[in-house]
Design a protein around this ligand. Structure first.
Ligand code: OSB
Ligand code: MG
Length: 370
């Protein structure tokens, strides 16, 4: 695979409604879209870093810098036979996993188109549709939260995740559980607590939650292991799991009993698959997290979630949960059984709507070495 040209686009897309987490609220979502050219084949990839370093230290700005100055030169000059070559090639560049993941995704897309196989087929995904849920941001009032959850349930989502933060946790979760006693419910704190302040979350153990996601700091496997001993409910790690080593150590010290896998967070699909396989060997269920992706990243998430050990519903909602207009021609829709179909066309299985893309592009850079 000889990549002759890479185009970066900084996108800013208006969300249908603001999304609030413990690290802030956003009305628009940024990302860096990658277009990689190999002969007459175009591959697309999405870097999920947002404008601000809230969820991760990476931002659209750092991703841009690292792609332009370090990753693109390696790939354009490099000799790649399959996307599996990518991770070792860029391993000398420390961190910047979201930048790496976006570029690797474009290579997977090209690879699939060359092989005329869907990403699901290439990675050995066993399902053609995957169970999904919806991630509900922090709402201004508890009544609004219950109403919003009710709306999503009416749309057919059978698993609800609510975002929590200190002061907006037990009461909110209790209200949702009281209104909807039988739903599959989970919470996500996005690192907002410490071992001490997480004591106040102990009542959550009575609400029959599927899991409690990332209560403590991203660099804090040890305290998560202490916290997991105090809860019957499984703790699930998101921000803390960036590498295979983190995964192994989290499993060994029982810092969690479930893992959320995001390709962006772990540096790409090849690493996401490796983490999936390791968890599978240790009987740790995994599920596919989301980063409010465009149709490009969403297509990759659906393929990933088709692997066998993705046994919990993913944060992969329908396009209309996020955006009025997406940049892909394809629109992902929720089936009545709370699933979404995995794309079946070669590669990611998506095509780009050039006009829609132009409307949300705020910066563009073409990189090629003749
Ligand atoms: O922690 O899972 C998270 C969105 C942005 C950053 C972090 C997270 C999220 C979500 C949204 O929960 C999931 C989705 O894409 O629907
Ligand atoms: Mg999370």
């Amino acid at each position: 695979m000889k990549i002759s040209q890479i185009t970066l686009r900084h996108l800013r897309m208006k969300l249908k409604s603001p999304f609030e987490t413990s690290f802030g609220s956003i009305a628009t979502r940024d990302c860096v879209l990658i277009e990689a050219q190999m002969d007459d084949i175009t591959g697309w990839g999405e870097c999920v870093a947002d404008r601000d370093p809230g969820y991760s230290y990476e931002t659209a700005g750092t991703v841009w810098h690292v792609l332009k100055d370090f990753l693109a030169p390696i790939i354009i000059e490099g000799d790649i036979s399959t996307p599996h070559d990518f991770h070792p090639m860029v391993d000398k560049i420390r961190g910047h996993l979201m930048a790496k993941s976006g570029l690797e995704m474009a290579l997977w897309d090209i690879w699939g188109k060359l092989e005329k196989r869907s990403l699901r087929e290439i990675i050995g995904g066993t399902r053609t549709r995957v169970d999904v849920g919806v991630s509900v941001g922090i709402q201004p009032q508890t009544e609004a939260l219950v109403k919003t959850v009710g709306n999503y349930l009416n749309q057919g989502y059978q698993r609800i995740k609510i975002k929590i933060k200190p002061g907006r946790d037990v009461h909110e979760t209790q209200a949702v559980r009281h209104a909807f006693p039988d739903i599959r419910l989970q919470v996500d704190a996005n690192s907002a607590y410490t071992l001490e302040t997480a004591e106040r979350l102990l009542p959550l153990d009575e609400f029959g939650l599927l899991l409690i996601e990332q209560p403590l700091g991203e660099d804090d496997l040890w305290d998560h292991s202490q916290l997991q001993r105090r809860f019957r409910t499984p703790i699930c790690l998101d921000e803390s799991i960036l590498t295979m080593r983190h995964t192994r150590q989290a499993i060994e010290m029982v810092a969690c009993r479930v893992i959320n896998i995001k390709t962006g967070r772990v540096g790409g699909l090849s690493q996401a698959i490796a983490i999936h396989d390791l968890c599978s060997q240790h009987h740790i269920p995994v599920w596919c997290g989301g980063m409010l992706e465009t149709g490009v990243g969403r297509a990759a998430n659906l393929a990933l979630a088709s692997l066998p050990n993705f046994t919990l519903p993913g944060d992969i909602s329908a396009t209309d949960r996020y955006y009025d207009e997406d940049i892909t021609d394809q629109c992902f829709i929720l089936n009545p059984d709370s699933t979404i179909d995995v794309p079946a066309l070669p590669g990611l299985g998506i095509t780009i709507n050039a006009h829609a893309l132009d409307r949300v592009t705020i910066d563009r850079l073409r990189i090629s070495y003749a």
